[in-house]
Design a protein around this ligand. Structure first.
Ligand SMILES: [Zn+2]
Length: 470
């Protein structure tokens, strides 16, 4: 089966990825770095989006032909892999996914051209090379989609008490937590109470969820099961690249260090930039390599806690606002589609049909989470980077690194505003069995409520999709 080809090529991609992370010291790589950075998007703090200006690095002399236009630490796209998807999708399905899910904010006119029998996708603007995808004439003539993950419908019926039997689920607790939480800006502390660290909260939920899912028959793996990064890189490894990024962004003499953590200009320091290259770009790309080349799950659950802007982390603002939403991949910005690697990754994801699986899954999990948490749906203040999808009212498409790079269905959970009065009190109460009064209401531990509501959503989805063998 052609899948093996893809696996082989992608193993090379892993080697390339490791190369790309050595980029700052690798002169050869400089030629590939045409455009490094357009957007730095804080992955889950949905209200805090940093927009950095477009960065242009000039071509190295003598290498001006067909240079790739890659995102930060991006891998050179392997367009030939898409040959495996010829005639696996009809014109109408492709057009629907492009217009309704992935490219809802429009795109440059030369990037994707949908014709009656084919779609033409720009591989490289410099060399004017295009990939031509041939559509299947009708649904009946569709060739099978090559992929390593298994859709629920393709799994055999299961016993009623083991609806997840044989299913491979990878749990990805967001961020790092521990000693990295302050650097990640996923840390706040009210007075002398224990600090709130999103990475630690998410890991606790994952550790409660894993045994529940195993009891239900799933094979569970962890993308992260501790406070240490998956990437071997550290911020200092990215100082040269951080400096380059800042200079190209119009900061001719970037400061080395952050002097005042509350100063917004800290983002223009080499320290801040090299830290985000470490804990965001390098870390998530290494997690993707782990998911795609080692774990091979049928589903990844990204577990996060949300927040509203809290201001000074040592004297955070608490709010009465609390909400829930879930994310699947989609809703690419026109600027993101300009990057050859992001456009390639989007098309590969579209053709893998992960959306057909992750959307109903996310909707089903959203329903049980909404019921058990009682949380209202989050409404994004702008529709610039997200598109509401599905039927639950809680699910959005958004192009995050993890939802784009993990090559299988990915459901990204964003319940609870950590700095809401209610959630803060529940976090301070810690984990416990049974019910306890919190702010006058009898509640489960927030960690168990989270884990139970996700597990119940999975049971709902897989029981229905697989049917029972009893
Ligand atoms: Zn998060």
């Amino acid at each position: 089966m052609k899948i093996n080809d893809e696996v082989r090529t992608e193993k090379n991609a892993e080697a390339r990825m490791a190369d790309d992370e050595r980029m700052p010291n690798d002169k050869k790589a400089t030629s590939r770095l045409l455009v490094i950075l357009s957007f730095v998007i804080r992955s889950s703090f949905v209200i805090r989006i940093w927009l950095l200006p477009l960065l242009l690095l000039s071509f190295a002399p003598g290498l001006s032909y067909g240079a790739d236009n890659l995102g930060i630490l991006g891998s050179k796209p392997k367009w030939s892999v898409l040959e495996n998807y010829q005639e696996t999708i009809t014109h109408d399905e492709f057009a629907h996914l492009i217009n309704g899910v992935y490219c809802t904010h429009g795109f440059g006119p030369d990037l994707i051209e949908i014709n009656e029998k084919t779609a033409r996708i720009l591989m490289n603007r410099e060399s004017q090379k295009f990939f031509v995808l041939r559509f299947s004439e009708n649904e009946g003539a569709r060739k099978p989609v090559p992929r390593l993950w298994r859709a629920a419908k393709s799994l055999p019926p299961a016993r009623a008490e083991k609806p997840l039997s044989g299913l491979r689920i990878a749990l990805d607790p967001g961020h790092l937590g521990g000693k990295w939480a302050k650097m990640e800006e996923r840390w706040f502390q009210v007075g002398s109470t224990p600090a709130v660290q999103e990475g630690d909260l998410a890991l606790h939920v994952a550790r409660l969820l894993a045994p529940r899912l195993r009891e239900l028959g799933a094979k569970v793996s962890f993308v992260r099961n501790g406070n240490e990064p998956i990437t071997a890189k550290r911020p200092d490894d990215f100082r040269a690249l951080a400096r380059k990024i800042l200079i190209k962004n119009g900061v001719p003499q970037p400061r080395a260090d952050v002097l005042d953590p509350n100063d917004p200009a800290k983002e223009q320091t080499i320290r801040w930039q090299s830290e985000i290259l470490f804990y965001r770009y390098s870390e998530i790309r290494r997690r993707a390599a782990l998911v795609n080349f080692k774990l091979h799950p049928d589903l990844v659950l990204c577990l996060h806690f949300n927040a509203e802007g809290w201001g000074d982390p040592n004297s955070p603002t608490l709010t009465d606002t609390n909400h829930l939403h879930l994310l699947v991949n989609g809703s690419y910005l026109a600027e993101e589609l300009e990057f050859d690697d992001e456009r390639f990754e989007m098309i590969r994801r579209l053709l893998s049909r992960a959306y057909d699986e992750e959307l109903p899954l996310a909707d089903t999990i959203a329903a049980t989470m909404a019921r058990q948490t009682g949380l209202p749906p989050y409404e994004y203040p702008t529709t610039k980077s997200t598109t509401k999808v599905g039927t639950s009212g809680y699910v959005y498409a958004r192009n995050l690194l993890a939802t784009r790079l993990y090559r299988c269905p990915v459901v990204y959970c964003e319940p609870y505003v950590m700095n809401s009065n209610d959630v803060f009190a529940r976090i301070q109460a810690g984990d416990y069995d049974g019910m306890r009064p919190i702010n006058g209401v009898e509640r489960k531990s927030i960690f168990r409520e989270y884990a139970d509501s996700v597990a119940d959503g999975l049971v709902d989805f897989y029981s229905k999709a697989r049917g029972s063998s009893d």
